[in-house]
Design a protein around this ligand. Structure first.
Ligand SMILES: [Fe+2]
Length: 273
């Protein structure tokens, strides 16, 4: 999919490329297509959020304490979301597939090995973000981008590779089994996030899940109607300053990136010579 150039400027579908879903040209009524597409949509929320970080970081001056702090908070919430996703995959999803579909054994091993390939880079990013938020280090956009460059390649490869791997489950088992595991995974993920994690991952997910993606054909994220209200008016409060960097509103509609809004341009001018 080519980058969206809105009249206001670039959007969060670059520089890291969003994933096409298998459901783009296959029926979502096929459980394996549905589950693999769902995973691609989850990964795309991570990619949009990382793109927003990557696009905003160089525009923020080191002396712009307030805005750099907000971006660092956004980075911290992003790390929490990606970490929760990978922990849940490793501790629950992959083994659940293997338990229910014996022929799936081994298919997903590559994905777990790939987690190791970006682990250290991601940990270095997290350490810097936490240190800068704790006042131990200064905000430096060069450092932030360099750290992202340190893990982005294996991370993007992993995000991409996991989708065809999940599609291979079609050969290994019946669709109903795949769907059953997926449903259990959704429940497990929502129960696994404690209140402090929810304050980070809830808004981060909703504010980067573009419901218009691929013509709006995907029912993602699936949740009761009250949830976006709950997240917007209650759960988002703890990291209120971070959410300006989101790429969508709480109902999944793309918004103009902060950097391209009049308010954002004014905020980004602070500390510039
Ligand atoms: Fe994944």
């Amino acid at each position: 999919m080519s980058p969206k150039q809105t009249p206001e400027g670039v959007w969060a579908d670059q520089p890291f490329k969003l994933l096409d879903t298998p459901g783009k040209d296959k029926p979502l009524s096929d459980p394996v297509v549905y589950v693999a597409s769902h995973m691609a949509l989850v990964h795309n929320t991570f990619i949009r959020a990382l793109n927003s970080i990557y696009l905003h970081a160089p525009l923020i001056a080191t002396s712009n304490k307030s805005l750099s702090r907000d971006l660092l908070s956004y980075c911290q919430c992003w790390v929490a979301l990606v970490a929760l996703h990978h922990q849940t995959e490793e501790k629950f999803l992959f083994s659940a597939f293997e338990k229910r579909i014996p022929a799936a054994k081994g298919i997903l091993d590559t994905n777990v090995h790939q987690h190791e390939e970006f682990h250290d880079g991601l940990a270095a990013f997290e350490k810097y973000v936490d240190g800068a938020l704790a006042g131990k280090e200064e905000y430096s956009s060069e450092k932030l981008l360099k750290l992202i460059d340190g893990f982005s390649e294996p991370l993007m490869k992993h995000f991409n590779d996991e989708i065809p791997t999940l599609m291979r489950l079609e050969e290994a088992g019946q669709g109903e089994d795949v769907m059953k595991v997926h449903e259990e995974f959704e429940i497990h993920t929502s129960q696994r996030a404690n209140t402090s994690q929810q304050a980070k991952v809830g808004p981060m997910t909703l504010l980067n899940a573009d419901k218009t993606f691929e013509g709006g054909k995907h029912p993602f994220p699936v949740m009761p109607k009250f949830v976006p209200y709950l997240v917007k008016y209650l759960i988002s409060r703890k990291y209120a300053g971070a959410w300006k960097f989101g790429s969508c509103d709480y109902w999944g509609q793309p918004v103009t990136l902060f950097m391209n809004t009049p308010e954002g341009k004014k905020a980004l001018a602070v500390g510039k010579a």
